[in-house]
Design a protein around this ligand. Structure first.
Ligand code: NAD
Ligand code: ZN
Length: 426
């Protein structure tokens, strides 16, 4: 038998989940079931201003749990901001549980704090190679309850923590099964205060998670792995497909309404459900070109300041950074799986028929949506020009772990073509 046997196995992991209006009022009870007596609530200043984290902290008191709120998470965390959060926790600890109330930024910060409060060494030891040492945490972490206030990242159900390493100008992460929250509490009511710009950007993250996992390389096309080589991302597979398809239908029905009518509870409910479903899909299948491109687009930002994000802070929000090259990326991957690209277009826009569709069908649906929800018109609109293309390509090529999930072999000149065509989208 040949050594290059193809893969026959895929894996599926997900945390305990509690979903629905009012679910966040039960966090005190949930923590009491883990025998917790002192918890750190991790959030950011914008979410703290809504009063939600304090409300969650207050109801813990009824169960005899002392709760301390840390509201210093950085929007899109950096190694420095995470270190500050860790230092705070070391001073104020010990804690026997962590509760993240916020978007991906707060949830990821809580994951890093939990990791470093339970394991030796420095943050850099655990960051993915080649940036860090990629060490595995030797000790189990404390319970982490993740309560998302955006509908986007799915970080409440993933094993990943994303951060910017400032000295290297690179966005990378820590990835290990032990980082997965113990419990995800998704309460759509918490997302109602999310401003339109954040609703749009975080919703685009859902869209790309669903589309990229749905079009990821099929799991049997990889070489057979040994049990110790298995990674959380195993390519598209029947279980991830189911979640991704459902997420796309919900986005098709409710994304525009959630952005333009933030108080529409049904739309918020659908978006929260879509984020959860997409998180369960991409957390197992993986993502590819749009996310790989998103890293240098976000990492090399000069002075773009997005609407509805903290002022005085140049950034391309994660969801926006991944979506800006998505139409062109899916034009490129179309030939690897035409039927999947057309099915995705139909799910996202029931007015479109996949019959007789082409490589242009899905990009047209995406561009229509992006224009309707006021996304900047291409990477040109967030500050990049033709002269930056080589630099951006170089940044994308560093994301080999993600590019390996692409359904087609992708070379530097293909990426350059995608960036060039994404300078202006409509
Ligand atoms: N760990 C993962 O699996 C994973 C996956 C994708 C993205 N991410 C990371 O998550 C981060 C992005 O997270 P995000 O898109 O959820 O947004 P975020 O956490 O960065 O928050 C964005 C802004 O919205 C505000 N905000 C959030 N919820 C609000 C609410 N309900 N009301 C009012 N304001 C609110 C915040 O204060 C902040 O200013 C990035 O760092 C990204 O890299 C992580
Ligand atoms: Zn993402």
């Amino acid at each position: 038998m040949s050594q290059q046997q193809s893969e026959t196995v895929f894996t599926y992991g997900a945390p305990q989940l509690k979903f629905g209006s009012g679910a966040s009022d039960e966090v005190g009870y949930d923590l009491s079931q883990y025998g917790v007596s002192r918890a750190l609530v991790v959030t950011d200043p914008g979410v703290a201003a809504t009063g939600l984290p304090q409300r969650v902290a207050d109801q813990m008191g009824r169960f005899g749990i002392e709760a301390l709120v840390f509201d210093g998470s950085h929007v899109e965390p950096t190694d420095e901001s995470m270190q500050q959060a860790i230092d705070f926790a070391r001073d104020a600890g010990p804690f026997d549980a962590y509760v993240a109330v916020g978007g991906g930024s707060s949830i990821d910060t809580a994951k890093a704090v939990n990791l470093m409060m339970t394991n030796d060494g420095e943050l850099m030891d655990y960051i993915n190679v080649p940036v860090g040492k990629g060490a595995n945490p030797a000790n189990p972490l404390k319970p982490l309850v993740a309560v998302p206030t955006t509908a986007g990242t799915g970080s409440e159900s993933t094993t990943v923590c994303v951060l910017d390493v400032l000295s290297l100008k690179v966005k990378t992460g820590i990835s290990h099964a032990r980082l997965r929250p113990t419990l995800a509490v998704i309460d759509p009511d918490l997302t109602v205060t999310m401003p339109p710009g954040v609703t749009a950007a975080s919703g685009l993250d859902i869209l790309c998670h669903a589309l990229e996992s749905y079009t990821a390389r099929w799991y049997t096309t990889y070489d057979r792995k040994q049990p110790e080589q298995r990674v959380p991302y195993c390519g598209s597979n029947p279980i991830a497909d189911m979640w991704s398809e459902k997420a796309m239908s919900l986005l098709g029905a409710s994304f525009r309404r959630a952005v333009h009518h933030g108080d529409d509870r049904e739309a918020r409910h659908d978006m929260a459900l879509a984020a959860t479903f997409a998180g369960m899909g991409f957390g197992n299948a993986g993502v590819h070109i749009p996310h790989a491109n998103g890293y240098p687009i976000a990492g090399r930002v000069r002075d773009f300041q997005p609407k509805d994000y903290p002022s005085g802070h140049a950034m391309v929000p994660h969801g926006m950074s991944v979506a800006l090259t998505a139409p062109e990326a899916f034009r490129f991957t179309f030939e690897a799986a035409p039927e999947r690209h057309l099915r995705a277009a139909e799910l996202l826009d029931p007015g479109v028929s996949g019959d007789g569709g082409s490589a242009d069908t899905l990009p047209a649906v995406l561009i229509d949506l992006m224009r309707d929800i006021d996304v900047p018109n291409g990477i040109g609109a967030v500050g990049y020009s033709e002269a930056d293309v080589d630099d951006l390509v170089e940044g994308t090529l560093k994301q080999q772990r993600l590019l390996a999930t692409c359904p087609r072999e992708v070379a530097a000149e293909d990426l350059a073509g995608i960036f060039r065509a994404s300078l202006e989208l409509w």
